[in-house]
Design a protein around this ligand. Structure first.
Ligand SMILES: NC(=O)c1ccc[n+]([C@@H]2O[C@H](COP(=O)([O-])OP(=O)(O)OC[C@H]3O[C@@H](n4cnc5c(N)ncnc54)[C@H](O)[C@@H]3O)[C@@H](O)[C@H]2O)c1
Length: 249
């Protein structure tokens, strides 16, 4: 597919779903990876399964100190970081705005928005030491279009779309590319739990997608790999839908 030999990556939310698929894909393509996640058991188990080129670091993306340790541990193990995949996320509370508490709104923005800001800011010095790199921010289809009962998630994911473009311009002189990815429905634990708690039918969402099926996590991971690789050497500041045509309508 794409060669990632010699790349040193941090993948947040790498213990589950799309992030875990990205860890597997990047490993297969030759990268060394730190899985950064709050789920220590699952993250550690995936790192142990894949072997020497994969490590786990307990990383809450809202914590500046955790980011600093993750970067330090990655550099010590593999060298300067040249790929960052900001993938960890919260699904939002799926409530009408009138019922959404300020604390709930802030919590989603702390993980999905501030977490991406902290990641880009705190990995930057390492990437400059590496001579450049690629940052892939996992936004969402809801970082391009709105949805009812989704103010917290939309706010945080549109922020990711905007921060990506600002960072792409700012970091370009350091040979660092920054792009965002916008998935539609991917059947992962996050989506399954959200659908269950809402009593929603996944088929209703899927029927709105021209390709008429959910994505497999590996179909998002392969786009992350493209953006991380030299095959995407002139792609920066892009917001790339990977949504089966959902936002083309
Ligand atoms: N599944 C979809 O349909 C879909 C669609 C569009 C975008 N996304 C985005 O993809 C990303 C991954 O979601 P997924 O569907 O794979 O869900 P998932 O629940 O399978 O994985 C999310 C991971 O993020 C981790 N995480 C949560 N809070 C964290 C924190 N504070 N610090 C570090 N790690 C944390 C979780 O432990 C988990 O491993 C999210 O940003 C989500 O918004 C998902």
């Amino acid at each position: 597919m794409f060669d990632l030999t010699g790349k040193v990556a941090i993948i947040t939310g790498g213990a589950s779903g799309i992030g875990a698929a990205a860890v597997r894909t990047f490993h297969q393509l030759g990268a060394s990876i730190t899985i950064g996640d709050i789920q220590a058991d699952a993250g550690q188990a995936l790192a142990s399964e894949l072997g020497d080129r994969v490590r786990f670091s307990r990383l809450d993306v809202t914590s500046q100190g955790d980011w600093e340790s993750a970067v330090e541990q990655t550099e010590a193990a593999f060298g300067p970081v040249n790929v960052l995949v900001n993938n960890a996320g919260h699904p939002g509370h799926w409530k009408p705005a009138s019922e959404l508490a300020l604390e709930e709104f802030r919590m989603v923005c702390a993980i999905n928005q501030e977490g991406v800001f902290l990641g880009m800011k705190l990995v930057l010095p390492s990437m400059i030491r590496a001579g450049g790199g690629s940052i892939v921010n996992n936004s969402s289809g809801y970082g391009l279009v709105g949805a009812a009962n989704n103010l917290d998630y939309c706010a945080s994911k549109f922020a990711v779309t905007g921060m990506t473009k600002a960072a792409a311009i700012e970091f370009a002189p350091s040979n660092i590319r920054v792009n965002s990815v916008h998935a539609g429905v991917v059947l992962t634990p996050m989506v399954e739990e959200t659908m269950k708690s809402l009593g929603a039918d996944a088929d209703l969402f899927i029927a709105r997608m021209p390709l008429n099926r959910p994505a497999a996590p590996s179909e998002i991971a392969s786009v992350f790999a493209f953006l991380a690789s030299e095959a995407a050497s002139f792609v920066t500041g892009a917001a790339l839908p990977v949504d089966g045509g959902l936002t083309a309508q």
